[in-house]
Design a protein around this ligand. Sequence first.
Ligand SMILES: *Cc1c(COP(=O)(O)O)cnc(C)c1O
Length: 354
Amino acid sequence: MKKHNFNAGPSILPNEVIKDSSKAILELDNIGLSLLEISHRSKEFASIMERACDKVLKLANLQGKGYKALFIQGGASQQFIMAAYNLLENKAGYINTGSWSSKAMKEASLLGNVIEIASSKDQNFNYIPKKYTIPNDCDYLHITTNNTIFGTQYKTFPSTSVPLIADMSSDIFSKNIDYSEFDLFYAGAQKNIGPAGVTLVVLKEQILNKVSRSIPSILDYSIHIKSDSMFNTPPVFSVYTTLLNLIWIENQGGIENLETNNNSKANLIYNEIDRNSCFKGFANKEDRSIMNATFSLIDDNLTEKFNELCNMENITGIKGHRSVGGYRASIYNALPIASVRVLVDCMQKLENNL
Ligand SMILES: *Cc1c(COP(=O)(O)O)cnc(C)c1O
């Protein structure tokens, strides 16, 4: 039986996406070859890459607005240094909302002056800072829209005159936002849009070519743009499976419908966390993520019992990150609400059997 998959990343993908990508591994579109053995320069793969980039811009409502979509390797972690390489000349502002923001700052500081505009470290990152001023001589402001480990998420974005850059790895395409507020955003595919191995980068072309340093080709956005994400061999499987998932998003009725569904899932789990006398939530209520719900038992002695209840129901992946402890239910786009109901049932069984 298939498990209820609450993994934080790599994480759940829609069943039909996994089926169709498995089929393509055996044979791609009746061409007599596997997806894994065609040239990335073939017309078949060129079309896959082009369709994937087009779908991204279409879903983000950025077509015809001066943006490019790229698929690059190296993970979101590579974007921490790549964004700075291409955009940081003097100083850049970062809002520090957790481990991933901190890592982004560490990398960027190798190349320039990194200013921590605000931080929620004082409360172990359980909230999103709201009051701060952004110096208008920053080359850019960097935020992490959803903090996968701590379970916090921006509900509105900082308004600023400097270019806004975001790590959207764990909430891209989970809700309708105005993507044009951002000059560059990136997401490791393996949380919400595809398998591991590829990172989506969407950027406004006009922000490039403003730094004086020379940029290694593999880290140069302009070179990736010029070569249509094929400067070197792209991860063909990951790009193809991401394309299938983007098509799945369209077939769900687009991001709006996913958002409605994601909100229902989030309400279900958070209402139970707040109602149930055995549990408490980690993140500040107003900053709670609709993708990663962090919570813990009030009495640690119930851990074994609760874990057993979850195991019996085939629930997997809810152990919290070590820097928060407790539990984390990742409820990404592809997770059915039925899985959340099963988890909520286990929480109720625990309370009822005391
Ligand atoms: C998982 C994650 C990363 C790291 O992604 P990699 O692809 O493993 O480099 C960065 N930022 C956020 C918000 C994440 O959730």
